[in-house]
Write a protein that binds this ligand. Structure first.
Ligand code: NAD
Length: 291
């Protein structure tokens, strides 16, 4: 193994320490950061994520409240709940758990969020600002992937970067965030399911972001020696022992050629939660009269 493992847990601790300081200031000013999570129906993956969010908020001094609606809730009911949270002055941030039930138009609901409370940059308004290079709040998984990459490669000027995956919540925002800086930006290629020859692109990259949700998609022979590999994938796979394990999108032997690699678990995951907390205090600070 040659790759230096990028420790997401340690970076997450650093971010959380800074968040806790801001959360304390907000509380002292009488306007604590307060994250409202909205869950419609019962998605088990969301429920695990929500438990982690609740714990992380508590540990950093952010108030957290879960609002749930029945699976059968209609779109007007979901929109009414969003508007109620928008209007509630105690609520400084809102996170909408996805997927929403199929009978609800997810885009319409996301766009009903008050952009000032949109801690995940889900609204077209905030996503548009990201496109314009004006972002302040990055979607947390994409923000975490960039944070880890910049930690390993502070100077990305002129490097070649490849993003594997082009979803709205992960792949596209990673590509946009890489292009934020006028000079300190790599050249960015975005690959996806219709890419003809994935290895052709990954092999020439100094930075590989893999976010496809396909275990072992990125193989050793597809990686340039010394490249920085940020593995965003979270896959639950059954091992030879019959037990389920969490693995990423990079095959284990990628560690033999990469220069830096994020482990799964313990890489992007913990940093994602820390970035969500940071986004939450950033939104609260902007709404605070004491700022
Ligand atoms: P998605 O299913 O919405 O998108 C997958 C993307 O990968 C698409 O752009 C698709 O075209 C591409 N893709 C699929 N198979 C491919 C292939 N064989 N070759 C090339 N491209 C391919 O998934 P998502 O929501 O973007 O999530 C991606 C991964 O990231 C998943 O494993 C998910 O669990 C994980 N994830 C992690 C975090 C975290 O905090 N670490 C957060 C969100 C998602």
């Amino acid at each position: 193994v040659s790759a230096l493992l990028l420790d997401g847990t340690a970076l997450a601790q650093e971010i959380r320490a800074a968040v806790a300081k801001d959360a304390k200031k907000l509380r002292a000013a009488g306007r604590p950061a307060h994250l409202a999570a909205l869950l419609v129906g019962h998605a088990s993956a969301s429920e695990v994520y929500i438990r982690n969010q609740k714990k992380a908020c508590k540990e950093t001094g952010i108030d957290f409240e879960l609002h749930t609606l029945e699976e059968k809730a209609g779109e007007p009911e979901v929109l009414a709940e969003v508007r109620k949270l928008n209007a509630d002055r105690a609520v400084t941030g809102i996170i909408l758990h996805q997927p929403l039930p199929p009978h609800v138009d997810a885009r319409r609901v996301r766009d009903a969020l008050d952009p000032a409370k949109d801690v995940e940059s889900m609204t077209s308004h905030n996503f548009g600002r990201l496109v314009m290079g004006e972002f302040a709040i990055a979607p947390s998984t994409a923000g975490a992937a960039i944070e880890l990459a910049r930690h390993a490669r502070p100077d990305m000027t002129g490097l070649e970067a490849v993003v594997v995956g082009h979803s709205e919540i992960v792949g596209k925002p990673i590509a946009l965030l890489l292009l934020q800086s006028a000079r300190n930006s790599p050249t960015v290629a975005v690959c996806h399911i219709a890419t003809r020859d994935l290895a052709l692109h990954t092999k020439r990259a100094d930075l590989v972001f893999v976010a496809a949700g396909v275990p072992g998609l990125l193989k050793k022979e597809m990686v340039k020696p010394g490249a920085t590999v940020i593995d965003v994938g979270i896959n639950r796979v059954k091992g030879a022992d019959g037990k389920f394990h969490i693995t990423g999108d990079a095959a284990p032997d990628v560690a033999e050629v990469a220069g830096h690699l994020t482990p799964v678990p313990g890489g992007v995951g913990p940093v994602t939660v820390a970035v969500l907390l940071r986004n939450t205090v950033a939104c609260a600070l902007r709404q605070s009269p004491a700022r």
